[in-house]
Design a protein around this ligand. Structure first.
Ligand code: MG
Length: 246
């Protein structure tokens, strides 16, 4: 099932081109229906934190000139960074090197605290597409990656959560102005989703709505004002945003 969040914070289930409105994510139906074309989509999660893993694809670590890490290299994005499908995202004045990173995102459904790997997926609500927008220059100069990773709009998420999906081997593509820039499979991840969730929940409680960004494959690169960036993941759909023209 596809869970959408829209309007002023309503939730619903997408059936074809119609949204059946629900009480909360995946909750009971209210009886209301609205056409998808009339709904303004919102990021389909309200996380307390967005946990991200860097260098989770071997070829991306290589293109960055970095070693494959022995343990997951984690960092956070703040919830202010969220942006919906269709958003126009300002190119911040502090950077001259805004990069796209297409990623599979995991949305937590049940609280996770010290959950073993074999039970981790039971706590997942579903999966969606994310862009881990990154100010590559600030990532190199700043002590912490707050500007580089958490500026407003730096985490487009959506368009919806797909709940019926095996995430272990999905084709992930990133497009800039319709041209393919990243094309990989999630089976190339170094650390699997169950491993990452067990690892994170061993020291940090994950709440319903929290989001895990599972890392980007090779092919990262620059975005310019006016560019359209899209992430397309097999079995989910396509998240598309525009970098605002200056
Ligand atoms: Mg990333």
């Amino acid at each position: 099932m596809k869970i959408v969040r829209f309007g002023r914070g309503s939730w619903g289930i997408l059936e074809g081109e119609t949204i059946r409105v629900t009480r909360g994510p995946g909750g009971s139906f209210t009886g209301k229906r609205i056409p998808l074309s009339e709904a303004k989509l919102l990021p389909p999660a309200r996380p307390t934190k967005i946990v991200c893993v860097g260098r989770n694809y071997r070829k991306h670590a290589q293109e960055m000139g970095e070693e494959v890490p022995p343990e997951p290299g984690l960092f956070l994005k703040a919830p202010n960074a969220l942006a919906p499908h269709g958003a126009s995202i300002p190119y911040p004045s502090f950077t001259k090197s805004l990069h796209y990173e297409g990623e599979l995102a995991v949305v937590i459904g049940r609280r996770m605290r010290r959950v073993p790997e074999e039970k981790a997926l039971f706590h997942v609500l579903g999966y969606t597409c994310a862009l881990d927008l990154t100010a590559r220059d600030a990532q190199k100069t700043d002590l912490q990656w707050i500007r580089a990773k958490s500026a407003d709009g730096f985490c487009p998420l959506g368009p919806w959560i797909e709940t019926e999906l095996d995430p272990s081997d999905l084709r992930l593509r990133t497009f800039v102005n319709g041209e393919v820039r990243q094309d990989a499979r999630t089976s190339a991840m170094i650390f699997s989703i169950p491993f990452l969730l067990a690892y994170i929940s061993s020291f940090m409680t994950l709440e319903p709505g929290d989001v895990l960004l599972t890392g980007t494959p090779e092919g990262v690169g620059e975005l310019r004002p006016g560019d359209e960036a899209a992430v397309d993941i097999e079995g989910i759909g396509r998240l598309s945003v525009r970098i605002a023209p200056i």
